[in-house]
Ligand binder design. Structure first.
Ligand code: ATP
Ligand code: MG
Length: 236
């Protein structure tokens, strides 16, 4: 069970996230939605301790999440990844195994098999030797999905995984999300797209600096809540 209590983050004294509290049961696919600049990425980064928070407690099964980062797979927003970094598809995915094998150690046979299975699962096995900068946007997203899979984490955070991907890839991503859910993993997926796939989610967190609504699709995506978050209605 993931629990966030009273999380707040400021950048140079300007509040980006305030009084965020929620908890998520395992085996759930939860969508984090809200407009650009709402603090969605900031919230996830603060939960992982990648940036400092001015207040807040984040626990996973009653222990601080920061002490269990091995259990968390995080796929950052595309804009936060250095796509010119010289690294192959295989190595990006293999990096996720270092939480299990340690740095500077030769990967185990088991790790190689896990990486291979993850690359095959997302249809990127044939491109394993490519540099990540030489892939299309959708292929890059698939590689990072494979990396999250190979980590075999309990908690998975995806920041805008549907940016730059086509319908077919989107279907593969949701299929994989459902498989992870069936394995009782917890999935937190940021998306500012209030598109067609809303019914795939078990629950939504609607935020704009603060939490505006938390609950099922019908509870959260009301005209009043969307007005509060976006300032205008964006849902059909
Ligand atoms: N490193 C930073 N320094 C200063 N301000 C920042 C920094 N990163 C983000 N911000 C500001 O914090 C606020 C929240 O940003 P954040 O990236 O968390 O929003 P978001 O909800 O993820 O938006 P998007 O949908 O565009 O990805 C914004 O106003 C942004 O300008
Ligand atoms: Mg963001």
């Amino acid at each position: 069970m993931l629990q966030v209590q009273n999380l707040a983050v400021s950048y140079q004294g300007v509040c980006a996230v305030n009084s965020i509290s929620f908890s998520i049961e395992p085996g759930k696919l939860v969508g984090v939605i809200g407009p650009n600049g709402a603090g969605k990425s900031t919230m996830i980064k603060a939960m992982l301790g990648l940036i400092g928070s001015s207040s807040g407690v984040v626990k996973f099964y009653s222990r601080p999440l920061k002490q269990q980062l091995k259990q968390v797979a995080y796929v950052p927003q595309r804009s936060q990844i250095d796509w010119d970094y010289p690294i192959t598809v295989w190595n990006v995915v293999m990096m996720s195994r270092t939480v299990h094998t340690g740095w500077f150690k030769e990967p185990s046979y088991q790790s190689k098999e896990i990486v291979k299975a993850a690359l095959k699962r997302v249809g990127m096995w044939e491109l394993q030797n490519r540099q990540i900068g030489e892939l299309s946007g959708g292929q890059q997203q698939r590689v990072f999905l494979a990396r999250a899979l190979a980590q075999q984490a309990e908690l998975l955070f995806f920041d805008e995984p549907f940016t730059a991907i086509d319908k077919k890839t989107e279907e593969i991503v949701f299929e994989i999300f459902f498989e992870l859910k069936a394995q009782n993993k917890t999935l937190l997926v940021i998306s500012h797209d209030l598109g067609e796939n809303l019914s795939y989610y078990d629950r939504f967190l609607l935020m704009n600096k603060q939490m505006i609504a938390d609950g099922s699709k019908s509870e959260v995506l009301t005209a009043v809540n969307l007005q509060k978050a976006y300032g205008h209605l964006t849902i059909q």
